[in-house]
Each structure stands twice: as C-alpha cells, then as structure tokens.
Design a protein around this ligand. Structure first.
Ligand code: FE2
Length: 136
C-alpha cells in the first residue's frame, strides 16, 4: 500500500468534504421559492453528512500517520437562490466526490476496516448522485 499517495488522496477527499459542507449549508440558507420547503432541510442534512464524512476521512489520515488538511478545496461555489442551478452544482460536487472515493478504494490494500469505512462513504456519494439526478 502506497501510504503517501493514499494520504494525499484522502486529503483531497477531506478538502472536498469541507467544501461540500459549506456549499450545502449555504444553499440550505439561500434556496428560494416553493421548493425551499423540502430542499432546505435536505441540504442541511447533506451538510451534516459531509461533516461526518470529513470526520471519518480525518481519522483515516491520522491512523495512517498523515497530517489532515484544514483548508477547503478551492473549487468555487456558485452563489444562487435558483434551485435548478443549486441542484446542478450539487450533482457536480457529488459526482466528483464519488470519483475521488472510487480512486481511494483502489489504493487500499490489506486493511479491511479502512476499506469498509471508506466504501460506506463511496456508496453514500453514489446514492447522492442518484438522488440529485432524480430531483432535477
Ligand atoms: Fe461526502
């Protein structure tokens, strides 16, 4: 197992979770119109989930002896109140997250606990992609 590469990829995932958490909290606050009724709580829940994913990834980095990043991924977040624009941004984010976790799983060898915890996140990202695709 290439620990250095794995830690680098986990840090990429962590920075992206920190960004996702801010993005979802922002959209929960700003989404407007009739769809705000159900989308705002949905985005709040996604922000919480991103924080939980960040926590799992951070612990994995600690376990591997790495240093976890503290800054969010710099990819810009589009400010809008339009739910269609928002869902588009969320889908793009979840697709990128799923891809990152897919790559990470390919790097883990001989650590079932680590593999399982990250696979659960990977599945959650795939479910989010499906959910957002249906919402659009
Ligand atoms: Fe996530």
């Amino acid at each position: 197992m290439n620990i250095e590469l794995l830690v680098a990829q986990l840090n990429e995932a962590l920075a992206f979770e920190l960004r996702a958490s801010i993005m979802y909290a922002h959209y929960a606050a700003y989404v407007s119109g009739i769809h705000r009724l159900h989308l705002s709580p949905y985005f709040e829940a996604e922000a919480t989930e991103s924080n939980m994913h960040a926590q799992t990834v951070r612990h994995a980095i600690v376990k591997l002896g790495g240093v976890a990043v503290m800054d969010r991924d710099p990819m810009s977040i589009n400010h809008t109140t339009d739910y269609r624009e928002i869902l588009k941004s969320c889908l793009e984010t979840e697709k990128k997250a799923a891809e990152t976790y897919g790559n990470i799983l390919g790097l883990i060898k001989g650590d079932d606990e680590l593999y399982d915890s990250l696979q659960q996140i990977y599945f959650a990202e795939l479910r989010a992609v499906e959910e957002l695709t249906q919402l659009m």
